[in-house]
Design a protein around this ligand. Structure first.
Ligand code: FES
Ligand code: FES
Length: 150
């Protein structure tokens, strides 16, 4: 199956029903995307497909054939961080860090859709769960990346 992952075409010899999360992690070794619940409830596995945030644990890989998949590995890099990643560091958002790649992918989709989101927009878009309770810092970092004063 031909997949577009982080701007590159890759060939993956997998069953069509295999969840995208397992293809990313186990076949393509892109382990930045995390497994939390497996039932679309927590958001730890969030990636973007054609710009939309998608929970990869419940997405069969066949559903993304020929579509543009972006994972946390494609968001930015240490030398060239995405504005959200810079804001995440400035606001010291991560605690254990486990949920954070999913948070960042959901936030990136939000800011592309709404560059100046309200708190209500943020709450509506950020349905990801964080057992460390970073919600207020996530909100602050999204505001910072959007250039919104607290
Ligand atoms: S692991 Fe996919 S939503 Fe929790
Ligand atoms: S930072 Fe630990 S689960 Fe969110």
């Amino acid at each position: 199956m031909q997949l577009s992952i982080n701007g590159r075409w890759v060939e993956a010899d997998v069953e069509p029903a295999m969840p995208l999360l397992w293809v990313l992690r186990d076949v393509l070794a892109l382990t930045g995307t995390k497994y939390g619940c497996g039932v679309a409830a927590c958001g730890a596995c969030t990636v973007r497909v054609d710009g939309q945030p998608v929970r990869s644990c419940v997405t069969p890989v066949s559903a993304v054939a020929g579509r543009k998949v972006v994972t946390i590995e494609g968001l930015g890099s240490a030398s060239s961080p995405h504005p959200l990643q810079a804001a995440w560091i400035a606001e010291q958002v991560p605690q254990c860090g486990y949920c954070q790649s999913g948070m960042l992918m959901a936030a990136a989709a939000l800011l592309e859709r709404k560059p100046k989101p309200t708190d209500a927009d943020i709450d509506e878009a950020m349905t990801n769960l964080c057992r460390c309770g970073t919600y207020q810092r996530v909100r602050a970092a999204i505001r910072r990346a959007a250039g919104i004063k607290a």
